[in-house]
Design a protein around this ligand. Sequence first.
Ligand code: PGA
Length: 240
Amino acid sequence: MAGGVKLEVLEDADALARRAADLIGDAVRANPALSVLVATGHTPMATYAELARRGLDASGVTAVQLDEYLGVGEDDPRSLWGWMRRAFVEPLGVGKVVRLGGGIFDPDTACRRYGAEVSALGGIDLAVLGLGPNGHLGFNEPPCGRGAPTRVVTLTPESLASNAGYWEGRAVPRRALTAGMDVILSARQILLLVSGEHKRGVLARTLREPPTPGVPASWLQGTGATVLADRAAWPGTAPA
Ligand code: PGA
Protein backbone atom coordinates (compact mmCIF):
# COMPACT_ATOMS: atom_id res chain seq x y z
CA MET A 1 0.00 0.00 0.00
CA ALA A 2 1.35 3.42 -0.90
CA GLY A 3 1.09 5.86 1.95
CA GLY A 4 -2.13 4.55 3.42
CA VAL A 5 -3.94 4.32 0.10
CA LYS A 6 -5.86 1.08 -0.39
CA LEU A 7 -5.37 -0.16 -3.95
CA GLU A 8 -7.67 -2.78 -5.42
CA VAL A 9 -6.95 -4.07 -8.90
CA LEU A 10 -9.97 -5.31 -10.86
CA GLU A 11 -9.90 -7.45 -13.96
CA ASP A 12 -11.48 -4.90 -16.30
CA ALA A 13 -13.66 -1.79 -16.45
CA ASP A 14 -16.87 -3.76 -15.85
CA ALA A 15 -15.51 -5.41 -12.72
CA LEU A 16 -14.32 -2.01 -11.54
CA ALA A 17 -17.80 -0.55 -12.01
CA ARG A 18 -19.39 -3.41 -10.06
CA ARG A 19 -16.92 -3.06 -7.19
CA ALA A 20 -17.37 0.74 -7.09
CA ALA A 21 -21.15 0.26 -7.09
CA ASP A 22 -20.80 -2.20 -4.18
CA LEU A 23 -18.86 0.35 -2.13
CA ILE A 24 -21.11 3.30 -2.95
CA GLY A 25 -24.22 1.19 -2.32
CA ASP A 26 -22.85 0.06 1.05
CA ALA A 27 -22.12 3.68 2.02
CA VAL A 28 -25.64 4.83 1.10
CA ARG A 29 -27.28 1.94 2.94
CA ALA A 30 -25.15 2.68 6.04
CA ASN A 31 -26.08 6.37 5.87
CA PRO A 32 -29.10 7.15 3.66
CA ALA A 33 -28.43 10.89 4.16
CA LEU A 34 -24.92 10.59 2.68
CA SER A 35 -23.30 13.64 1.05
CA VAL A 36 -21.48 12.54 -2.09
CA LEU A 37 -19.04 14.52 -4.20
CA VAL A 38 -19.79 13.36 -7.73
CA ALA A 39 -17.22 13.24 -10.55
CA THR A 40 -18.20 13.36 -14.18
CA GLY A 41 -15.80 12.17 -16.92
CA HIS A 42 -16.02 8.79 -18.64
CA THR A 43 -14.64 6.54 -15.91
CA PRO A 44 -17.49 6.67 -13.34
CA MET A 45 -20.31 6.42 -15.89
CA ALA A 46 -20.48 2.61 -15.82
CA THR A 47 -20.56 2.74 -12.02
CA TYR A 48 -23.49 5.16 -11.97
CA ALA A 49 -25.31 3.05 -14.55
CA GLU A 50 -24.72 -0.05 -12.41
CA LEU A 51 -26.12 1.71 -9.33
CA ALA A 52 -29.21 2.70 -11.31
CA ARG A 53 -29.60 -0.88 -12.56
CA ARG A 54 -29.46 -2.11 -8.98
CA GLY A 55 -32.24 0.28 -8.04
CA LEU A 56 -30.25 1.99 -5.29
CA ASP A 57 -32.51 4.26 -3.25
CA ALA A 58 -30.61 7.56 -3.13
CA SER A 59 -33.58 9.76 -2.30
CA GLY A 60 -31.95 10.87 0.96
CA VAL A 61 -28.55 11.53 -0.61
CA THR A 62 -27.12 15.00 -1.27
CA ALA A 63 -25.08 15.06 -4.47
CA VAL A 64 -22.38 17.71 -4.46
CA GLN A 65 -20.95 18.99 -7.72
CA LEU A 66 -17.19 18.64 -8.16
CA ASP A 67 -16.43 21.07 -10.96
CA GLU A 68 -17.94 23.20 -13.72
CA TYR A 69 -16.82 25.18 -16.72
CA LEU A 70 -17.07 28.93 -16.55
CA GLY A 71 -19.34 30.66 -19.01
CA VAL A 72 -21.30 27.56 -20.02
CA GLY A 73 -25.08 27.71 -19.68
CA GLU A 74 -27.10 24.95 -18.04
CA ASP A 75 -28.55 23.84 -21.35
CA ASP A 76 -25.17 23.69 -23.04
CA PRO A 77 -24.24 20.03 -23.59
CA ARG A 78 -20.79 20.79 -22.16
CA SER A 79 -22.23 21.76 -18.76
CA LEU A 80 -20.88 19.40 -16.13
CA TRP A 81 -23.99 20.00 -14.04
CA GLY A 82 -26.06 18.74 -16.95
CA TRP A 83 -23.85 15.65 -17.21
CA MET A 84 -24.06 14.99 -13.47
CA ARG A 85 -27.84 15.45 -13.53
CA ARG A 86 -28.34 13.01 -16.42
CA ALA A 87 -25.85 10.40 -15.18
CA PHE A 88 -26.32 10.46 -11.41
CA VAL A 89 -29.00 12.75 -9.99
CA GLU A 90 -31.96 11.70 -12.14
CA PRO A 91 -31.28 7.96 -12.60
CA LEU A 92 -30.75 7.49 -8.86
CA GLY A 93 -33.56 9.79 -7.74
CA VAL A 94 -31.17 11.87 -5.63
CA GLY A 95 -33.12 14.14 -3.31
CA LYS A 96 -30.85 17.15 -2.92
CA VAL A 97 -27.97 18.76 -4.77
CA VAL A 98 -25.29 21.33 -4.02
CA ARG A 99 -24.25 23.09 -7.20
CA LEU A 100 -20.95 24.74 -7.99
CA GLY A 101 -21.66 27.85 -10.05
CA GLY A 102 -25.28 27.09 -10.70
CA GLY A 103 -26.50 30.37 -12.21
CA ILE A 104 -24.34 32.57 -9.97
CA PHE A 105 -22.56 35.00 -12.27
CA ASP A 106 -19.71 36.06 -9.99
CA PRO A 107 -17.22 33.17 -9.50
CA ASP A 108 -16.03 34.32 -6.08
CA THR A 109 -19.60 34.48 -4.85
CA ALA A 110 -20.21 31.03 -6.33
CA CYS A 111 -17.18 29.61 -4.48
CA ARG A 112 -18.25 31.22 -1.19
CA ARG A 113 -21.81 29.92 -1.54
CA TYR A 114 -20.51 26.44 -2.30
CA GLY A 115 -18.19 26.46 0.72
CA ALA A 116 -21.06 27.54 2.97
CA GLU A 117 -23.37 24.83 1.61
CA VAL A 118 -20.73 22.11 2.01
CA SER A 119 -20.07 23.30 5.58
CA ALA A 120 -23.78 23.24 6.32
CA LEU A 121 -23.81 19.60 5.23
CA GLY A 122 -21.05 18.88 7.73
CA GLY A 123 -18.54 18.23 4.92
CA ILE A 124 -18.40 15.43 2.38
CA ASP A 125 -19.07 11.84 3.44
CA LEU A 126 -17.96 10.19 0.21
CA ALA A 127 -15.94 11.62 -2.70
CA VAL A 128 -16.17 9.68 -5.96
CA LEU A 129 -13.32 10.83 -8.17
CA GLY A 130 -11.67 10.17 -11.52
CA LEU A 131 -8.00 10.70 -12.26
CA GLY A 132 -7.05 13.29 -14.88
CA PRO A 133 -4.37 12.41 -17.40
CA ASN A 134 -2.31 15.21 -15.81
CA GLY A 135 -3.01 13.99 -12.28
CA HIS A 136 -5.83 16.42 -11.57
CA LEU A 137 -8.74 15.71 -9.21
CA GLY A 138 -11.80 17.69 -10.17
CA PHE A 139 -10.14 20.58 -12.00
CA ASN A 140 -7.32 20.97 -9.51
CA GLU A 141 -4.72 21.31 -12.21
CA PRO A 142 -1.01 20.88 -11.51
CA PRO A 143 0.80 22.50 -9.82
CA CYS A 144 -1.60 22.39 -6.91
CA GLY A 145 -0.98 22.35 -3.19
CA ARG A 146 -2.85 20.05 -0.83
CA GLY A 147 -4.70 22.97 0.76
CA ALA A 148 -5.89 24.59 -2.49
CA PRO A 149 -9.36 26.08 -1.93
CA THR A 150 -12.46 26.05 -4.12
CA ARG A 151 -11.66 28.54 -6.86
CA VAL A 152 -11.46 29.51 -10.52
CA VAL A 153 -8.78 27.66 -12.47
CA THR A 154 -7.29 27.96 -15.94
CA LEU A 155 -7.26 24.57 -17.59
CA THR A 156 -3.96 23.10 -18.76
CA PRO A 157 -3.48 22.23 -22.44
CA GLU A 158 -3.58 18.56 -21.43
CA SER A 159 -7.03 18.89 -19.86
CA LEU A 160 -8.30 20.93 -22.82
CA ALA A 161 -7.10 18.22 -25.19
CA SER A 162 -8.55 15.37 -23.16
CA ASN A 163 -11.89 17.10 -22.59
CA ALA A 164 -12.20 18.07 -26.25
CA GLY A 165 -13.03 14.41 -26.87
CA TYR A 166 -16.28 14.74 -24.89
CA TRP A 167 -17.77 17.54 -26.94
CA GLU A 168 -17.35 16.59 -30.59
CA GLY A 169 -15.39 19.54 -31.86
CA ARG A 170 -16.97 22.24 -29.71
CA ALA A 171 -14.44 24.52 -28.05
CA VAL A 172 -13.62 23.51 -24.48
CA PRO A 173 -13.94 26.49 -22.13
CA ARG A 174 -10.54 27.54 -20.81
CA ARG A 175 -11.60 28.38 -17.30
CA ALA A 176 -13.51 26.38 -14.72
CA LEU A 177 -14.59 26.24 -11.10
CA THR A 178 -13.36 23.37 -8.99
CA ALA A 179 -13.99 22.09 -5.51
CA GLY A 180 -10.73 22.71 -3.66
CA MET A 181 -8.28 20.03 -2.65
CA ASP A 182 -9.24 20.98 0.90
CA VAL A 183 -12.84 19.85 0.27
CA ILE A 184 -11.76 16.66 -1.51
CA LEU A 185 -9.08 15.58 0.94
CA SER A 186 -11.28 16.13 3.98
CA ALA A 187 -13.98 13.78 2.67
CA ARG A 188 -14.57 10.97 5.18
CA GLN A 189 -14.34 8.33 2.45
CA ILE A 190 -12.58 8.75 -0.89
CA LEU A 191 -12.96 6.49 -3.90
CA LEU A 192 -10.68 7.07 -6.90
CA LEU A 193 -11.64 5.19 -10.07
CA VAL A 194 -8.95 4.63 -12.68
CA SER A 195 -9.44 2.71 -15.90
CA GLY A 196 -7.39 2.22 -19.04
CA GLU A 197 -3.85 1.91 -20.22
CA HIS A 198 -3.62 5.66 -20.87
CA LYS A 199 -3.83 6.22 -17.09
CA ARG A 200 -1.01 3.81 -16.27
CA GLY A 201 1.78 6.38 -16.06
CA VAL A 202 -0.14 8.96 -14.06
CA LEU A 203 -1.50 6.33 -11.66
CA ALA A 204 2.03 5.06 -10.98
CA ARG A 205 3.14 8.63 -10.23
CA THR A 206 0.08 9.18 -8.02
CA LEU A 207 0.80 6.16 -5.85
CA ARG A 208 4.53 5.66 -6.02
CA GLU A 209 6.15 9.08 -5.99
CA PRO A 210 6.32 11.27 -2.91
CA PRO A 211 3.30 13.60 -2.84
CA THR A 212 3.95 16.61 -5.06
CA PRO A 213 2.06 19.63 -6.43
CA GLY A 214 3.01 18.31 -9.88
CA VAL A 215 0.57 15.41 -9.42
CA PRO A 216 -2.39 16.72 -7.40
CA ALA A 217 -3.82 13.21 -6.93
CA SER A 218 -0.65 12.23 -5.08
CA TRP A 219 -2.03 14.21 -2.11
CA LEU A 220 -4.38 11.25 -1.63
CA GLN A 221 -1.46 9.38 -0.10
CA GLY A 222 -1.99 9.17 3.61
CA THR A 223 -5.75 9.84 3.45
CA GLY A 224 -6.79 6.18 3.51
CA ALA A 225 -8.45 6.64 0.09
CA THR A 226 -9.50 3.56 -1.81
CA VAL A 227 -8.17 3.37 -5.36
CA LEU A 228 -9.98 1.01 -7.72
CA ALA A 229 -7.92 0.41 -10.85
CA ASP A 230 -8.45 -2.01 -13.67
CA ARG A 231 -5.61 -4.18 -14.85
CA ALA A 232 -5.01 -1.96 -17.87
CA ALA A 233 -4.26 0.97 -15.55
CA TRP A 234 -2.30 -1.09 -12.99
CA PRO A 235 -0.80 -4.15 -14.68
CA GLY A 236 0.88 -5.41 -11.53
CA THR A 237 -1.01 -6.77 -8.59
CA ALA A 238 -1.63 -4.68 -5.48
CA PRO A 239 0.03 -3.46 -3.31
CA ALA A 240 1.43 -0.32 -4.93
P1 PGA B 1 -12.04 10.44 -17.44
O1 PGA B 1 -11.67 11.85 -16.79
O2 PGA B 1 -12.76 9.67 -16.40
O3 PGA B 1 -12.91 10.82 -18.60
O4 PGA B 1 -10.75 9.81 -17.85
C1 PGA B 1 -11.01 11.91 -15.59
C2 PGA B 1 -10.67 13.34 -15.31
O5 PGA B 1 -10.23 14.05 -16.23
O6 PGA B 1 -10.81 13.77 -14.15
